[in-house]
Design a protein around this ligand. Structure first.
Ligand code: PAF
Length: 515
């Protein structure tokens, strides 16, 4: 945006980085016409808050999914989202100048920006922004992802991306000229289900979910009934029953993926199941609220449970088997043998939840031993758990590849967790402070702050801005040993926070590199 605006005669002040102190933002905004916020969505509100409410400048953001409230309470607020993919600044300036579409809202100055850039604009009201942005993501990002699949499958037959891209260009031209339904060709449009089955037989199982989902979309566009049933997972309650099913699958050469959960599944679990689906032939989701990892007085009895909802989510995400044993099946009385961790477990969350990780390690060791050779998927949100489980699989020589998967977040940065259900609306609004604290800590580390204690104090200070937050810890540690990093901070650093809001104890973390 800066390059494109300078090109058409705007005076553009130097760009401030995300780590710029609020005073610098306020000073830069004092005598300009427009402050343009181009940060990730979660940081927009903080940057806007650094501009004095009395400043005469219009304050606008470039976020597709956010409304004007993200930059409130300024008298002149606006939103300006270029409907164009901007992989880098040079491509961005060129494409913006080529007359792209912009979604605009709020102060008139953003229409002036669009006119000066030679673009075209349309209004999107706050309530429609998320749907608008989802449409843009499907049209651009998902198209790129789809071309990735076309490239992989094409490579299997020796066909390169260049030939497929010519096909894409001609198809887009057809859509523009004829409309979507008339431009549709291929087996789903013709009702040729036998050819679709031959495709599925020829391509890797990992390619099936995306292929099937889009064949359904093509059938819908062609006005044909969607005939592919959603794969209902089998529910299995006994260890013996699960082992028998897995034995049968393995003798057919199937790769097994395991997603251990305590149920009350959300989009974070869904992303683990989908990852497992994309890398394996058979996906097992375990649902078991493990009493061994709760201390007396913790929320074992109240832990949210909803098996019907969980089964529906497992079906949509493509699980094959849901293993949902009862307590007696997992822990026949008396429980005699458990896993005891010698390191990693008494720091961070382990310090305030003694015995918790021994309980996690015990149930996960049992699941690994029941399921046998597999890949097992865990969220990075529980970073200490991921480190412990990876180490345990290695120490006990269990035949399991432990895979860490990225944290899934709400638009304001709050990490998804079943325990978010405990938050009141005030607590929920303040809970985004966890992510803000981690980002403030990471900015310090990356700017070269050598002292871990200073980084921890900064994160704690950001958390204490939220009046309902009770901090448990804010730590800068080595990602492998989980101990306080050496001074000066070097290499990879993991920042972790745990904060209580009422009944909910929330955790989050972020990786960064010492600058
Ligand atoms: O992360 C969880 O949900 C649990 O700690 C796990 C790994 C399923 C063990 O009970």
């Amino acid at each position: 945006m800066a390059a494109a605006l300078a090109e058409v005669g705007w005076q553009v002040r130097p760009i401030l980085g995300r780590a710029a102190p609020p005073g610098e933002v306020a000073a830069a905004a004092a005598d300009v016409d427009l402050v343009l916020i181009a940060t990730p969505d979660a940081a927009v509100a903080d940057v806007a808050a650094a501009v004095e409410p009395t400043a005469t400048a219009a304050v606008a953001h470039l976020a597709g999914a956010l409304g004007l409230d993200a930059v409130a309470p300024h008298p002149r607020t606006a939103a300006l989202h270029p409907l164009v993919a901007l992989p880098d600044a040079a491509v961005g300036a060129r494409r913006l100048l080529a007359g792209c579409w912009f979604a605009v809202a709020g102060d008139r100055i953003v229409r002036q920006v669009v006119a000066d850039l030679g673009g075209r604009s349309f209004e999107v009201a706050d309530g429609d922004r998320a749907a608008y942005h989802a449409a843009a993501v499907v049209a651009s990002n998902h198209l790129v992802a789809l071309l990735g699949q076309a490239e992989r499958i094409g490579a299997q037959a020796g066909v390169g991306l260049a030939a497929l891209l010519d096909l894409v260009r001609a198809t887009v031209d057809n859509v523009e000229e004829l409309g979507l339904a008339a431009a549709l060709t291929g087996p789903a449009a013709r009702g040729d289900e036998a050819t679709i089955e031959r495709h599925l037989g020829a391509i890797a199982p990992a390619e099936h979910p995306a292929y099937r989902a889009l064949a359904d979309e093509a059938r819908r566009l062609a006005g044909r009934a969607v005939t592919v049933p959603v794969n209902r997972p089998v529910t299995e309650g006994t260890i013996g029953g699960l082992c028998a099913r897995l034995h049968k699958a393995r003798s057919g050469g199937h790769r097994v993926g395991l997603v251990p959960t305590m149920g009350f599944l959300h989009a974070g679990h869904r992303s683990l199941i989908e990852r497992a689906r994309s890398e394996n032939d058979l996906v097992v989701v375990s649902i078991f609220v493990n009493p061994l990892q709760f201390n007396p007085g913790e929320d074992f009895d109240d832990y949210p449970r909803d098996l019907d909802h969980d089964l529906a989510l497992c079906a949509q995400a493509g699980a094959d088997i849901v293993f949902a044993p009862d307590q007696h099946e997992m822990y026949p009385e008396p429980v005699t043998t458990t896993v005891r961790l010698r390191t990693l477990a008494d720091v961070l969350c382990g310090a305030s939840r003694p015995g918790h990780f021994d309980g996690v390690a015990t149930v996960v060791a049992k699941l690994f031993s029941i399921v046998g050779e597999c890949s097992a998927y865990f969220g990075e949100k529980d970073f200490q758990q991921l480190a412990i489980v990876s180490r345990m699989a290695k120490d006990l020589s269990l035949p399991v590849r432990v895979v860490g998967c990225p944290t899934v977040r709400e638009p304001d940065g709050l990490a998804l967790s079943s325990r978010n259900a405990y938050l009141s609306s005030d607590e929920r609004a303040q809970a985004r402070v966890l992510r803000r604290a981690l980002e403030a800590g990471a900015a310090l580390v990356e700017a070269g702050e050598p002292d871990g204690a200073v980084v921890e104090a900064r994160m704690a200070a950001v958390i204490s801005d939220a009046p309902l937050a009770r901090i448990d810890y804010a730590a800068a540690v080595s990602p492998t040993t989980l101990t306080r990093s050496r001074q000066p901070l070097q290499g990879d650093v993991r920042l972790l926070v745990a904060v209580r809001f009422g009944k909910a104890r929330l955790i989050d973390n972020l990786g960064c590199r010492a600058g």
